[in-house]
Ligand binder design. Structure first.
Ligand SMILES: NC(=O)c1ccc[n+]([C@@H]2O[C@H](COP(=O)([O-])OP(=O)(O)OC[C@H]3O[C@@H](n4cnc5c(N)ncnc54)[C@H](OP(=O)(O)O)[C@@H]3O)[C@@H](O)[C@H]2O)c1
Length: 258
C-alpha cells in the first residue's frame, strides 16, 4: 500500500482528490485540512510526518487570493514559501516524495505562445512571486519532487471560483461584464486530481517541473460565455472595458501552459 498525505484537503483540489479515492485502492490517504495541519507551522508539520510513514505528500495547501496577496504579501509568503519549506524539509528528512501544485502566474505573460517548462518564470504579482519562491525552495531542498503547474482552476461544487461566481450572477439576473485581456486554460480541478494521482500510481514519470491544464485556451470573457452555454442559462455577457480594471493585482495577459 502506498501511503499519501494530502495537505490543504478542504480546498478545490483537495476535495476533488477526496471525490475519487475509491478509484485508487492501492493508495492509502491521510487528508489534513488547515485546522488539522497548518503547513506554516514547522512544529505541526514535523509532528504530522512523525505520526505516520508516508510515501508521498500532495500539497494542496496554498494562499490563493491573488488580490489580497498584493496588500498582504507577508501572509502569502508565510504559506506559499515558508509553509512549502516546512513540507520540503519534512519530506527530505522522511524520504517522502513531494507533489506540489504551482501556478501559471509564475510567468509574466509576454510570450505569444504557450509557456513550456523550460521557460524562465518572471511573476508580475505577489501571489506569483510567493509561489515561485515555493518552487525554488523545493528545487533547492529535494531531488524527489513533482512541481505541477496548473491554471485557472475551477469546480462546479467545490470552493470559490470563477465558474460558480458566473452561475450565481447569471441566476441573480445580473448583467455580466468580463475581461478579455487575459488568455489561459481553465482547468477542472477533477481532471487535475486524476492527473496527480496517476502520477503516483504510474510511478514512472521523471521528477521535476510539469505542466497540466485542460486543453482549451480562452479569455475570461470566452470562459464566461461557455459557462452560461454549458449551464443552459440565458444571460448577456459583454466585454469589460479594458480601462475599467477590477482589483490591484497585475495578471499575465497570456498564461497558457504547454
Ligand atoms: N485556484 C486557481 O485558479 C489556481 C490556479 C493555478 C494554480 N493553483 C494552485 O493549485 C493549488 C490548489 O488550489 P485550489 O484552487 O484548490 O486552492 P483553494 O481552493 O484556495 O485551497 C487551498 C486550501 O489551502 C488551505 N490553506 C491555506 N493556508 C493553509 C495553511 N497554512 N496550512 C494548511 N492549509 C492551508 C485553504 O484553507 P482556507 O480556505 O481555510 O484558508 C484551502 O482549503 C494551489 O497550490 C494553488 O496555488 C490554483
Amino acid at each position: 500500500m502506498t501511503s499519501v498525505l494530502v495537505t490543504g484537503a478542504n480546498g478545490q483540489l483537495g476535495r476533488s482528490i477526496r471525490d475519487i479515492v475509491v478509484n485508487y485502492p492501492g493508495l492509502h490517504f491521510t487528508f489534513k485540512d488547515k485546522s488539522q495541519l497548518n503547513i506554516a507551522n514547522a512544529n505541526e508539520v514535523e509532528k504530522a510526518f512523525r505520526s505516520s510513514i508516508f510515501d508521498y505528500c500532495i500539497n494542496c495547501a496554498a494562499y490563493t487570493n491573488v488580490e489580497q496577496a498584493e496588500t498582504n504579501p507577508e501572509l502569502a509568503y508565510k504559506i506559499n514559501a515558508e509553509g512549502v519549506k516546512n513540507l520540503a524539509l519534512a519530506c527530505k528528512e522522511n524520504r517522502v516524495v513531494l507533489v506540489h501544485i504551482s501556478t501559471d502566474y509564475v510567468f509574466d505573460g509576454y510570450k505569444n505562445e504557450p509557456y513550456n517548462v523550460a521557460d524562465q518564470p518572471n511573476p508580475i504579482n505577489e501571489y506569483g512571486r510567493s509561489k515561485l519562491k515555493g518552487e525554488t525552495i523545493i528545487q533547492e531542498t529535494l531531488k524527489n519532487f513533482y512541481i505541477v503547474r496548473t491554471s485557472w482552476l475551477y469546480h462546479k461544487n467545490h470552493g470559490k471560483n470563477f465558474y460558480k461566481r458566473i452561475i450565481e450572477k447569471a441566476k441573480a439576473g445580473e448583467s455580466l461584464r468580463v475581461t478579455d485581456a487575459q488568455k489561459g486554460c481553465p482547468t477542472n480541478a477533477s481532471n487535475l486530481a486524476v492527473y496527480v494521482l496517476n502520477l503516483i500510481v504510474q510511478n514512472n514519470i521523471a521528477y521535476g517541473v510539469l505542466h497540466f491544464t485542460d486543453n482549451e485556451a480562452m479569455t475570461w470573457f470566452d470562459f464566461a460565455k461557455k459557462i452560461i452555454r454549458n449551464e443552459g442559462l440565458h444571460c448577456k455577457v459583454e466585454v469589460l472595458d479594458s480601462k475599467k480594471r477590477f482589483g490591484v493585482a497585475r495578471r499575465p495577459s497570456n498564461s497558457v501552459l504547454e
